[in-house]
Write a protein that binds this ligand. Structure first.
Ligand SMILES: [Zn+2]
Length: 383
């Protein structure tokens, strides 16, 4: 395996299976950290709508109010195009929710039958958000284009009126029992509450033969019999029994399985995940770039780096200002003496060409502007 060649390759995606609520794909030519970032972003950073406030008018069921409110919160709601179709309430001009940043759902059901009645997500009805007083004002200077970006089922419980989808059970009621509830759904991400996660499961596997020894298998007698290979092993070459361990090998192919709860389609989850990752890194690049414009004092007594880095020892050990300004403060010395910051910076930033997203991101020029300046005096950082 020619690692140099591997590094030069563009990232690849091969979709193996795509269904309504799941996608299975192989991500190639990226490193483990990138694959894991994508997994985490898809789980925790993609906005959806979910019921966030519940007003219970009548509850004569056997379940307490809190119990029902929690179950309602977990009901997946159709959130397609959530980025554009609804605002975060915190970004909205209203005081506590309006038609641009919230959806209203009602549940109004009672049992008059001798049989037990299942109250499910199919009984939740979306109603137009009532016009509040504080909404009158902003509406004039605020066209509220969000509304036009909503699909017909936006905010509706997933699978409502779909004979192929089983609804979510909320409570069971008997004759004479009643539920009358008003719910307000808002936009959020899973970092705030797990109910906002569009994914029920995201996983990836790599190195099915465990050539890299990232896993230690426990076994009794026969490791091969007790640990059958996964399906993904077919994608890779089996190691020879006498193959020596390659210390320099790195995982290169990741077998992803993304399963959604239906609030977003699997394509949307993956695409939004990548876009979100891009945004995060872009704001990091921007932050570093603007940091370079700060008025950082000229290194005079060799203590400048202490102020900037708070590490101190990177500069403290043998940093001789005139020499540093010319040549000796290299990435290698910074990385070795200050692993916390210097190491990360040198690994992450000095390899723009190897980075999977180096090409289309504009990361490299920004990084150069802020970090890789040829003149260390310009900003106090030279990688
Ligand atoms: Zn609002």
């Amino acid at each position: 395996m020619n690692t140099q060649l591997q590094d030069d390759l563009e990232p690849t995606v091969r979709i193996r299976k795509l269904e309504r609520d799941r996608v299975n794909f192989v991500l190639g030519n990226v490193d483990l950290a990138f694959a894991n970032s994508l997994r985490r972003v898809m789980m925790a950073d993609i906005p959806t709508v979910a019921i966030d406030m519940v007003e219970i008018e009548i509850n004569t069921t056997v379940l307490p109010d809190e119990f029902i409110a929690h179950r309602l919160g977990m009901v997946p709601l159709n959130s397609s195009n959530c980025d554009e179709a609804i605002r975060y309430t915190r970004d909205c001009t209203c005081l506590a929710g309006c038609s641009f940043c919230a959806m209203m759902l009602v549940l109004n059901i009672s049992c008059h039958d001798d049989n037990t009645l299942d109250v499910t997500s199919d009984h939740l009805e979306v109603i137009p958000y009532p016009v509040t007083e504080d909404e009158h004002m902003p509406i004039h200077d605020d066209p509220g284009e969000e509304m036009s970006k909503r699909g017909p089922y936006f905010g509706h419980p997933v699978g409502k009126d779909d004979p192929d989808a089983r609804p979510v059970l909320i409570a069971k009621i008997r004759k004479g029992q009643e539920l009358k509830i008003r719910c307000i759904a808002k936009k959020g991400i899973a970092k705030e509450h797990a109910k906002f996660s569009p994914c029920s499961a995201v996983s990836f596997e790599y190195d099915p033969y465990n050539k890299l020894r990232h896993t230690t298998y426990w076994y009794e007698t026969d490791i091969k019999a007790e640990w059958p290979l996964s399906e993904n092993a077919r994608e890779e070459e089996a190691p020879r029994d006498d193959e020596p361990f390659d210390f320099n090998a790195k995982p290169n192919k990741f077998y992803f399985e993304v399963e959604t709860d239906g609030s977003l389609g699997p394509q949307e989850v993956v695409m939004k995940g990548l876009a979100e990752l891009q945004n995060k890194l872009a704001s990091l690049v921007l932050g570093l770039k603007s940091g370079a414009d700060l008025d950082i004092p000229e290194p005079v007594h060799g203590h400048m780096a202490e102020q900037v880095w708070d590490g101190g020892n990177a500069a403290g050990m043998g940093w001789n200002p005139p020499a540093v300004a010319s040549t000796s403060w290299t990435a290698a010395t910074v990385a070795s003496s200050s692993p916390g910051r210097g190491g990360a910076a040198s690994n992450g930033w000095s390899q723009n060409n190897d980075s999977p997203m180096g090409g289309g991101w504009g990361a490299a020029p920004a990084a150069n502007a802020g970090w890789g300046s040829p003149n260390p005096r310009a900003n106090g950082w030279n990688m």
